[in-house]
Design a protein around this ligand. Structure first.
Ligand code: DX5
Ligand code: ZN
Length: 231
């Protein structure tokens, strides 16, 4: 299989007082990537944390640190998040007029570049950016909060994006409302990276990482069972 399913727990749903231990626990429980949601209270109606927190988390993450920037402007902060140890830096197409420059800057900083699309954004603009990205993040909720309901209209967007991507090595990441029920729908349509906050962390804790492992395994199994021909 050329596109294995990757599960990326979002630490937005973890214990904010214990990020280091939460990252270690969830990686030990089978997480492929750690998804880090940066919110500014301006682009989205919620505030989380910035580059200093990402840098503090970094030593606790063995694998890929996937940093999702829900901030505007983006460009003045790319260097800081690159220095904080992000492996992937994802910016929103809606965050400013110069996403092309933003993606150039992310790759220029030696990082993999992600492009995020809000639920109301179409796929047209992606065609002009496709060769500048390593990942497209399809928001299946309106960004800002964990624990929201999956927006089903985004499944068709995933299908269109997988067709646009063709045989390029570009991930399609799904962010928002991923559960055992919704994971198969997006995996069948062309997604290979599943961000999950509530569905991974609920019921578990750093002292009960077996629950994290069970949650991750269930989402992965549901997605793998539904994969389409494209995979
Ligand atoms: C939403 C964030 C998501 C969020 C997903 O703005 O980008 O990563 O944490 O949370 P769940 O999986 O709970 O919908
Ligand atoms: Zn996110």
């Amino acid at each position: 299989m050329t596109h294995p399913i990757r599960i990326a727990p979002s630490i937005l749903a973890s214990d904010f007082g214990n990020f280091g231990a939460e990252c270690r626990a969830v990686e030990g429980a089978g997480a492929d990537w750690i998804h880090v949601d940066v919110m500014d209270g301006h682009f989205v109606p919620n505030i989380t944390f910035g580059p200093a927190t990402c840098a503090a988390i970094r030593p606790h993450v063995k694998g890929v640190m996937d940093v999702h920037l829900m901030i505007a402007p983006v460009d003045p902060y790319i260097e800081a998040f690159a220095n904080a140890g992000a492996d992937i830096i994802t910016a929103h197409i809606e965050a400013g007029p110069h996403i092309h420059r933003t993606l150039q800057a992310i790759r220029g900083a030696g990082k993999k570049a992600g492009l995020a699309l809000n639920p109301g954004t179409g796929t047209d603009a992606v065609e002009h950016l496709i060769d500048m990205v390593d990942l497209i993040c399809v928001m299946t909720v309106n960004p800002g909060f964990g624990g929201q309901k999956f927006i089903h209209s985004q499944i068709e967007k995933v299908r269109r994006l997988r067709a646009i991507i063709g045989d390029r090595p570009v991930h399609i990441e799904i962010d928002g409302g991923v559960t055992v029920e919704t994971a198969p729908l997006v995996a069948a349509a062309g997604a290979d990276v599943l961000v999950a906050g509530s569905a991974v962390f609920s019921g578990g804790s750093v002292d009960q990482p077996d629950i994290y492992a069970r949650n991750i395994k269930a989402i992965r199994a549901a997605a793998e069972a539904a994969r389409g021909d494209w995979a």
